[in-house]
Design a protein around this ligand. Structure first.
Ligand code: ZN
Length: 324
């Protein structure tokens, strides 16, 4: 039997989390500023009945005056130089993707403003995963403030530090706040760090967790069976979900990416489609020989082991439940 993902969510039968947050913060005017013409055209009267959801993409702007890069980054890191919300929509709409979860771009460190501004402009089409400095004493307040502006999760990027997370005081606050507020913790880790996420899930079972990009199993070019086994063992934590994403970066790293299908099938058996969500990781998925359509086509057209309903979960409903 496949585990039920509904326990991740607070009951909210009458009103979505976004509408609730808008009511609480008086930002209903923001809802009115949504790309209404586009919503009407593609989503009918109800955006939640729209097309596919891309659970992971980044945006940035060449306007470095208004949105300066963080310490340690320069414009040379911006490849491509520009990938705005409009450029993202242009990439994803031809494939039937109508909503996207933005992941705060590392260039901006803890300054989430560019992402927040895009969400404020398109609140029905965009959701967000922010980045906060867990070493700051006010991290819980910062998380709640970002949540009131449409952020539904927080990325934690290991950069070799995952081993320190389980005993870190700031991380404790981050995970507890995520649990209290129903916000997702989104670890970007390497396969060798899966054990640390396992320990964190044991310690903080209340926080929803969404692991990025198969925990990067396959990033070396080879899908190591032992690493995939470890990832699948995380399924014992009912609150943990996995992004099946960043196909351009894993395995043979070559469209149509069919060498990744056995890994996706293993994950489907372990987690069930209700705990898996597809994502492109744009703009990286649309560079060089890679393109957007090849990413979504892997699940939509080539994953014959998935039923139509499985695909609906993985291409839309799982991400919708967690992030919209
Ligand atoms: Zn990414």
């Amino acid at each position: 039997m496949r585990p039920d993902a509904t326990r991740l969510h607070r009951p909210s039968p009458l009103i979505s989390r976004r509408e609730f947050a808008a009511l609480m913060t008086g930002s209903l005017t923001a809802l009115a500023q949504c790309d209404q013409a586009y919503c009407d055209q593609t989503c009918g009267s109800d955006a939640s009945d729209g097309g596919y959801v891309d659970a992971h993409a980044h945006i940035w702007t060449p306007d470095l005056t208004r949105y300066p890069l963080g310490t340690g980054f320069s414009s040379k890191d911006m490849v491509p130089q520009s990938f705005t919300a409009e450029e993202l929509f242009a990439a994803c709409r031809p494939s039937g993707v109508t909503r996207v979860v933005l992941i705060q771009m590392s260039f901006y460190n803890f300054d989430n403003r560019y992402m927040l501004d895009a969400i404020a402009q398109h609140p029905r089409l965009l959701s967000g995963v922010g980045i906060v400095d867990h070493h700051q004493p006010d991290v819980a307040i910062t998380m709640k403030s970002l949540a009131s502006k449409g952020v539904r999760g927080f990325r934690i990027h290991s950069r070799g530090q995952a081993k320190t997370w389980v005993n870190d005081e700031g991380m404790a606050t981050l995970w507890k706040t995520a649990a209290e507020e129903g916000l997702a913790v989104c670890p970007l880790i390497d396969p060798a760090e899966i054990g640390y996420v396992d320990a964190l899930c044991k310690k903080y079972p209340g926080a929803p967790v969404v692991v990025d990009h198969f925990a990067r199993v396959g990033i070396t070019g080879k899908i190591v069976p032992g690493e995939l086994d470890q990832l699948c063992k995380l399924a014992k934590h009912p609150q943990l979900l996995v992004k099946t994403s960043a196909f351009y970066a894993l395995g043979k790293k070559q469209a149509p990416y069919k060498d990744l299908l056995p890994m996706i099938q293993r994950l489907t058996d372990a987690f069930g489609p209700e705990r898996l969500m597809w994502a492109s990781d744009c703009p990286y998925q649309v560079q060089g020989d890679h393109d957007y359509e090849s990413s979504i086509a892997l699940l939509r057209d080539h994953a014959n082991f998935l039923s139509a309903d499985d695909k609906r979960w993985m291409l839309k409903k799982t991400a919708e439940k967690v992030f919209f």
